[in-house]
Design a protein. Structure first.
Length: 137
């Protein structure tokens, strides 16, 4: 809705300038300005995923990540949904990396299945790679 209001013709590129302290400190405590009531884990990922899905995100900066301000020590042990390619780190650093990946097209909340008309190539016109649709049983 907001992207449509800014660019109803869907032609302009977007640059995402993301300050990690816009996220609730429950999810991103390692920042200089913590304020309750910020974006949730799902809300911030949704924003990044929608921008990636638009095919018009051309740049991103992510600021105010400060692992030195992270309370306690990094959590030990994997949690369900963790990316196995990422090393254990602080919650804020992990979230920051995940957000960059979401802005680049990795999804956490939906399994993007390739539209039928592009199933042979595995890539749709903006260049996003999808999983092939599974046949119904």
């Amino acid at each position: 809705m907001a992207m449509h209001a800014i660019d109803p013709n869907k032609r302009s590129p977007f640059h995402l300038s993301l300050d990690i302290d816009s996220v609730d400190p429950f999810f991103a405590p390692g920042t200089g300005t913590c304020a309750r009531g910020g974006l949730t884990y799902r809300e911030i990922h949704y924003i990044c995923e929608e921008l990636a899905e638009s095919g018009r995100l051309v740049g991103m900066d992510l600021v105010e990540v400060n692992p030195g301000l992270e309370p306690g020590t990094p959590p030990r042990g994997a949690m369900h949904g963790d990316n196995p390619d990422l090393e254990p780190t602080t919650p804020t650093v992990l979230l920051a990396v995940e957000l960059v990946l979401s802005a680049l097209g990795k999804t956490i909340m939906a399994d993007r299945t390739l539209p039928v008309e592009h199933a042979a190539s595995g890539v749709d016109p903006p260049g996003r790679v999808y999983k092939a649709a599974l046949p119904a049983h």
